[in-house]
Design a protein around this ligand. Structure first.
Ligand code: GLN
Length: 544
């Protein structure tokens, strides 16, 4: 299934594709998904999150588009680095092949060489365990960059057969207030553009702020040559997790299965599990305020998985999370203890570069001193260690070598310096790594296990030369890499929740299975909000 978008960007193509994946999965089909991005960057790893949103990391260490996060959260399947391809990576492998002489001196062209490479990338996802591959094409039909992708997916249909391909096109049906009517013209133009490139959509999903009436559907059906059942009204939903149900109620999965000759009786829908997610969203009403201290506070997509994982933690406790975005550069000059004390919990998320770091350190200190439940993620853990080293362990000028190459106490340093790898950075620890948690620790209690695996994306590590000194001062390194060389988790006894992880737990949270660290953050935040005693877990509950 190919999902394209027209009329405008930001219509929620990723969420529509994810929701489609979920309803097909609810029919018992095995789904995988991928995103083809028409930009020239080889991968999103180096792109500015303030502009492009977060970089989502897969189990195998792929640095991918944030839509993959939606895919994983909706279809509840782990994807891989192969699940995201960009124009940059396609050109780069075609050019590499050309340099190697693989094309035997022939002229290398967009058609067929680039389009063949695109099709190969899609075929890589084929496996015995997969019934349907959903491929989302980034960008908007009509963009110059998208043309080779559209051509490739057109050819795809010829190669695997008409009945094995379904084209879904997402458009916008605006409502014009002065005339009081919905307009189909943008949809008509967008479909005309798609058809001019050889693709007749099977389904048109119409985004709109109100229901699309049968008369309007009839009109779109007629002008765009799609049967009425293929015109789907995708009205704005109160929560993204409602979208699968909205699309199912519109008959999208039934129609798509018919198009693909999938036997509806063999694959009946069972949305019970997803309905539980929707119910948990609806039941999440107790307000809880969580501050996020970062540098991309104007662009919440920069922390998309953190936000979703925090919401999931709320679903578990029946709590609705209100986010307070705290610009790290304003701490503590404009945002100080008074403001932070008004929060119920705080997150210091991942990040790169020096900007805002001193503010994060100040925020971590305030949170430690006032007992504010705080979760430090990756850079967040590093910031907490720096703060503790400076203020409690008496290591003046402690810092990360990322921010101060002349620090007298580089408590955070390049791992290459620590483990003797002759590589000065440029390499990151990416993807899933196991960690061993200390039996009896808060961390082991939260996870309910002493062996865990989390995804990573960082260069710097806790410097083991300072471990004894900092632990003597009271901070507990409660989780290590299996060889004991790298610190993975920290916690502070006596504080309700001042914990950090070198990993990115947000990538593994699912609406039906909130990640333990976020679940616990919300639990402690609620305890604070309600003035209850902090919920410290009894060590007996730990599985050893
Ligand atoms: N900049 C830090 C590092 O490279 C933290 C990275 C992150 O938070 N993802 O180690």
């Amino acid at each position: 299934m190919f999902v394209t978008g027209g009329v405008s960007s930001s219509l929620g193509k990723g969420l529509t594709a994810s929701s489609l994946g979920r309803v097909l999965k609810a029919r018992g089909l095995h789904i995988t998904m991928c995103k083809l991005d028409p930009y020239l960057n080889v991968d999103p790893g180096t792109m500015n999150p303030g502009e492009h949103g977060e970089v989502f990391v897969t189990e195998d260490g792929g640095e991918t588009d944030l839509d993959l996060g939606h895919y994983e959260r909706f279809i509840d399947e782990n994807l891989s680095r192969n699940s995201n391809t960009t124009t940059g990576s396609i050109y780069s492998s075609v050019i590499e092949k050309e340099r190697r002489g693989d094309y035997l001196g022939r002229t290398v062209q967009v058609i067929p060489h680039i389009t063949d490479e695109i099709k190969d990338r899609i075929r890589r996802l084929e496996s015995d365990d997969v019934d349907v591959v959903i491929v989302e094409i980034g960008g908007t039909v009509g963009d110059i960059e998208i043309v080779p992708f559209i051509e490739a997916i057109r050819q795809f249909r010829r190669e695997i057969g008409r009945d094995n391909v379904c084209y879904v096109h997402l458009t916008l049906v605006p409502y014009l207030a002065p005339s009081g009517e919905q307009k189909s013209k943008p949809t008509q133009h967008s479909v005309a553009e798609l058809r001019s490139q050889g693709i007749q959509p099977d389904v048109i999903v119409c985004r709109s702020d109100r229901f699309i009436e049968p008369d309007m559907k009839r009109k779109i059906s007629l002008f765009c040559d799609v049967p009425m059942e293929g015109v789907i009204s995708a009205i704005d939903a109160p929560s993204i997790y409602e979208i699968p149900r909205v699309l199912h109620e519109e008959g999208l999965d039934t129609y798509v299965c018919e198009r693909l000759r999938i036997d509806l009786e063999q694959y009946p829908i069972d949305l019970t599990q997803w309905q539980q997610v929707i119910d948990s969203v609806d039941a999440a009403t107790t307000p809880v305020t969580i501050g996020i201290v970062g540098k991309y506070v104007d662009m919440s997509d920069a922390y998309l998985s953190v936000v979703e994982a925090t919401r999931h933690g709320g679903f578990h406790h029946g709590a609705k999370v209100e986010f307070v975005w705290i610009d790290a550069e304003k701490v503590p000059s404009e945002i100080d203890v008074e403001h932070l004390a008004a929060l119920d919990g705080m997150i210091i998320p991942g990040g790169f570069g020096e900007r805002g770091v001193e503010g994060m350190i100040a925020a971590a200190r305030i949170a430690r001193e006032i007992g504010l439940p705080t979760l430090g993620i990756c850079l967040g853990l590093q910031v907490m260690c720096i703060e503790y080293a400076r203020d409690v362990a008496g290591l003046d000028g402690a810092n990360s070598r990322e921010f101060d190459s002349t620090s007298p106490h580089p408590v955070i340093d390049l791992m290459s310096d620590q483990v003797g790898i002759v590589n000065k950075g440029g390499t990151m620890r990416l993807g899933a790594y196991p960690a061993m948690l200390q039996p009896g620790s808060q961390m082991a209690a939260i996870y309910g296990s002493t062996v865990v695996s989390e995804r990573h994306r960082h260069r710097y590590e806790f410097n083991p030369r300072y471990r004894a000194r900092i632990e003597e001062a009271g901070l507990v390194c409660s989780g290590d890499s299996p060889d004991g060389r790298l610190v993975e988790f920290i916690e502070l006894p006596g504080h309700p929740y001042w914990v950090g992880t070198q990993a990115h737990p947000e990538f593994k949270s699912r609406p039906e299975r909130p990640h333990p660290l976020f679940r616990e953050l919300i639990g402690e935040a609620l305890a604070r909000a309600e003035g209850r005693a902090p919920h410290l877990i009894a060590p007996e509950s730990i599985e050893r």
